[in-house]
Design a protein around this ligand. Structure first.
Ligand code: ACO
Length: 387
């Protein structure tokens, strides 16, 4: 082997993780990490969570403004009608190994359905907006259909007369949810719809910047959402709560984990230096649902974990993020753990598509640099001369 490159005198600054790098201007989403505020197109998510619906939030993200009543009715019916998936997609879902992670199945299915979209390669803004609506509409149906198939159950077709969140729960569980559960699902989808330039949105942008199609960009985003440092954290957080099992054990678990320099999943954030506003909203729903379902102990465990972690990591400004409560809420809504990250995608596909469409308005190929520190004089030895 040759020797390593001698470090140049002017070693560049390396921004591993791109922590403080701005890659585009945007008017989609603003995260105020100091004050714990999250805005979509200027609208505070507190207001949206209280008054809006996921369907209206989609419109706001994609179009950049509130819809008129007529526009809203039209957009809602387009989304509802586009929920259906074709027999080809169902056949694909039936071919998946029964133990395939649902997020991987979703990634595969989104890639697959792109081949049936007659506008796939139409790069116009109008076509991309229509594709975005179709994607947003079909992702929940794909997840629900695969879930039913893997459990040997009959697929529940979408009901266009219902709201998207309510219909999603119905398609997964086979039962129409009670109004509180349907509303909580709707709010959870509102809260996860976008979060500025996070890892999955950036993956979508990188793919889109090559002028690949919208579906390709969303496949890249789903693949990136999968990891436990991003979309997978809610599952990891709930697993921890269930493993702790008793409220009396929660504080010690946190102290032991921190002493061993471990991470408490559902805490910390690259941007928030205070409570994630989404976490605060979901925490209240987790409390209500835990009472309704007679699972107060689980909520108590989360409260003790929260109090202990915030107290112990105050100096590092580590607070609960949305994932700490979303997993708990989904569990109390009856969703299995391996659907949590796919449910994140149900919502976030609206933000991803909005970012890609915005980026294409002023596209630039993403092509960063890496700083080479490997050998420069490695001697090639022909295969037959090697031991
Ligand atoms: N538990 C314990 N300590 C933590 C945690 C945590 N969850 N998060 C950060 N810290 C500590 C780190 O150990 C580090 O301490 P040190 O300075 O003594 O080494 C310090 O806080 C800063 O942590 P970084 O990893 O540098 O912060 P970063 O901004 O890179 O991390 C991240 C953000 C990846 C989210 C991190 O907080 C983490 O791993 N959290 C757990 C996973 C999680 O909940 N992910 C979901 C994020 S939200 C989302 O994707 C929707």
């Amino acid at each position: 082997m040759g020797s390593a490159v001698k470090p140049a005198l002017d070693v560049p600054r390396i921004d591993k993780g791109l922590d403080d790098i701005y890659v585009k201007e945007t008017s989609i989403c603003y995260v105020d990490g100091q004050r714990g505020r999250l805005l979509y197109r200027g609208f505070d998510i507190q207001d949206l969570a209280q008054h809006s619906t996921f369907e209206e939030t989609i419109f706001i993200l994609i179009h950049g403004r509130l819809p008129t009543r007529q526009e809203f009715a039209h957009a809602r019916s387009i989304l509802a009608e586009a929920r259906a998936i074709t027999p080809d997609v169902v056949r694909l879902l039936r071919c998946m190994p029964s133990d395939a992670p649902p997020i991987d199945v979703l990634r595969t299915a989104v890639s697959y359905i792109s081949n049936f979209d007659s506008e796939r390669d139409d790069p116009t803004r109008a076509a991309n907006m229509r594709k975005a609506q179709r994607l947003i509409a079909k992702v929940p149906t794909i997840i629900a259909a695969h879930h039913r198939i893997r459990n040997g159950k009959r697929i529940v077709p979408p009901d266009p007369s219902l709201g998207g969140a309510e219909d999603f729960l119905r398609m997964v569980t086979g039962r129409k949810p009670d109004p509180l559960s349907a509303r909580i699902m709707d709010v959870a989808l509102i809260l996860h719809a976008d979060h500025s330039m996070n890892a999955s949105a950036f993956a979508a942008i990188v793919s889109a910047s090559t002028l690949a199609d919208l579906y390709s960009a969303i496949v890249a985003a789903i693949a990136t959402l999968k990891g436990p440092l991003h979309g997978g954290a809610n599952e990891a957080a709930l697993r921890t709560m269930l493993a702790i099992a008793k409220p009396e054990a929660a504080e010690q678990y946190v102290l032991d984990t921190l002493r061993n320099r471990g991470r408490i999943f559902g805490f910390g954030h690259r941007v928030y230096r205070t409570y994630d506003p989404r976490a605060l909203i979901l925490r209240e729903y987790a409390r209500q649902l835990s009472e309704l379902r007679g699972q107060e102990d689980l909520f108590r465990i989360s409260e003790i974990m929260q109090e202990t972690t915030v107290r112990e990591l105050k100096a590092k400004q580590i607070y609960p993020n949305v994932d700490f409560y979303s997993g708990l809420v989904y569990h109390l809504l009856g969703l299995p753990m391996d659907l949590f990250t796919p449910v994140f995608a149900v919502s976030r596909v609206s933000g991803w598509t909005a970012h890609v469409i915005e980026y294409w308005d002023d596209n630039r190929l993403v092509r960063p640099l890496d700083y080479y520190v490997g050998p420069t004089d490695a001697a090639y030895v022909p295969l037959e001369e090697r031991p």
